[in-house]
Design a protein around this ligand. Sequence first.
Ligand code: GDP
Ligand code: IMO
Ligand code: MG
Length: 460
Amino acid sequence: MQTKKATPSRHVVVVGTQWGDEGKGKLVDWLTETATGVVRFQGGHNAGHTLVINGKKTALHLIPSGIMRPGVKCYIGNGVVLSVGKLLEEIEGLERAGVVVRDRLFVSEACPLILPFHVTIDMAREAAKERSGSAKIGTTGRGIGPAYEDKIARRALRVQDLRFPERFAAKLSELLALHNHVLTTYLQGQQIEWPDSVKPYMVDGEVSFDAVYNEAMAHAQQLLPMVADVSKALNEAHLAGANLLFEGAQGTLLDIDHGTYPFVTSSNCVAGNAAAGAGVGPGLLHYVLGITKAYCTRVGGGPFPTELDWETEGTPGWHMSTVGAERGTTTGRSRRCGWFDAALLKRSAQVNGLSGLCITKLDVLDGLSELQLCIGYELDGERIDLLPMGADEIERCKPIYETMPGWDTSTVGATQMDQLPANAVAYLRRIEAVTGVPIHMVSTSPDRDHTILLNHPYQA
Ligand code: GDP
Ligand code: IMO
Ligand code: MG
């Protein structure tokens, strides 16, 4: 006879619905009041999440945003590309701040490694594009794309290879032969000024085997105690009644398939990849929360239909950029800013199967007299209401706007809908109506506690 569990597990996926930096980290941290485990399932240290707890800021890149809640287990799933050096740096930074990390962080043995030559290739390629005059992707320069290429080409070194020095050395030497060939032939003419992070590995224009190997072996000593079969651990946690949170990085329009290709990152950022990137079945993804900024931002190159002039003082775009402090957590670059795009959000809702939205940074719009809401585009003389696929088509989209009145009272720190001005509520209701996705949460400041809850993702 089967007995019914008293507290069945419930698992939530958190994804960004725009071009990243929607405030996922803040909401993941908030939700870990209920979740007992948080899993990263794609991307790498290209991600940058800022959490603000009791006024204190913490920036995270690789470590799941549940780490600030004592006792919450944090998992790095097989879908993540891992720079062990960057992970150790991040752990040490948290430990200096008094956060216990190592005994509750579990790293999948199947994660492909980001090694120094991936960074070298990433940078050399961007430099080559710049010189040839073709549009740069504007990558974070972290080696993400080249590391995923090695994974898909079935030649990547993975975390589990670190257990076996001879196996690691043999694979590394094969991989380096290939990449050094490309560097010295195709990319060498770029005369790149290597940044300090890459210089120690470069000898005569090539990446040195010894430098990479010796460092990897030293890192392995520290990493291996945290290495685990993450898929097994998550499935066991599920059976034991745990509530898990699958934490997406980047955003849906940066997804390798569904984003503004080729101006995208190199992984699937959509909710469905939470299953493959963590090692659980799709039936365990019970609820998908789409984190959505009340306007849009984008870092790096690529089309952005509702982009505004965000550099001229006094303009709405400048207001978003300055009040929203729109600078990247990872690279410090300015984020481009523009109006909310409901046609883009419909694409996101479709490819993620969103259960609900969390609208973030509503407070940033305080003080704007009018807001424009993009409800569709004109593309080659036709009116469409869904973002098309791929950069070339999106580049030709001319947004169609609805104008809505702004509000001049502050929404900063609101924790209840009835604390919001009527025009802010009307703006939120219009977003729901146009996108067809219910708003379940609203965020009104960077602080963990400044959050309006309408439907709890773990109970909805
Ligand atoms: P993520 O990459 O999606 O986790 O987002 P980031 O942390 O890179 O960027 C979001 C930024 O907005 C961070 O600096 C957050 O502290 C901040 N933030 C998050 N939610 C809010 C909000 O509701 N209002 C304001 N003003 N800032 C917010
Ligand atoms: P979070 O998790 C915003 C962008 C880069 C570039 C493109 C490809 O903080 O939301 P990559 O280095 O991944 O090959 O760069 O993707 N990008 C992000 N933009 N937020 C991020 O992460 C990003 N991660 C990558 O700017 O345009
Ligand atoms: Mg970010």
